[in-house]
Design a protein around this ligand. Structure first.
Ligand code: FE2
Ligand code: FE2
Length: 135
């Protein structure tokens, strides 16, 4: 069973943003499935690397969109993204040095952060940008 299932409750009202969130959820589910299936550390790290790359691409997309439309809450939103990236990089460093393994704790952190950020911060952004005609 998927760890996170997409539902319309996650929708921000912006089609491209929703599509990217579906991809992010897919990658978190994939990481979770790989752990459950007992995949090797190398496989887990490859999936995590893919998730990190996609997250950075996605944050770039949102930040450009906010900037283009002069969204007032851009600095606070950007700072949430930056803190998340720092935490994930920190974790990646620990993995690379062998002082940590990918566990259910990291999966839970990813799940809680991504769903919480979409529900609160991204939906707030979607609502505001919808008002200026972004679809
Ligand atoms: Fe997002
Ligand atoms: Fe965001």
């Amino acid at each position: 069973m998927a760890l996170i299932s997409w539902s319309d409750a996650f929708s921000t009202g912006i089609t491209e943003q929703d599509e990217q969130h579906k991809n992010l959820i897919y990658l978190i589910n994939r990481l979770n499935n790989s752990i459950e299936e007992g995949k090797d550390a190398e496989v887990l790290e490859a999936v995590l690397a893919q998730l990190v790359d996609y997250t950075i691409y996605h944050f770039g997309y949102e930040e450009r969109l906010m900037k283009r439309h002069g969204y007032a809450d851009t600095p606070a939103h950007k700072s949430e993204h930056e803190k998340f990236v720092e935490t994930v990089y920190d974790f990646k460093r620990k993995l690379d040095s062998g002082s940590a393994v990918i566990s259910i704790q990291i999966i839970n952190f990813l799940r809680m952060w991504v769903t919480g950020h979409i529900m609160k911060t991204d939906k707030k952004m979607g609502l505001e940008l919808s008002k200026v005609g972004v679809k």
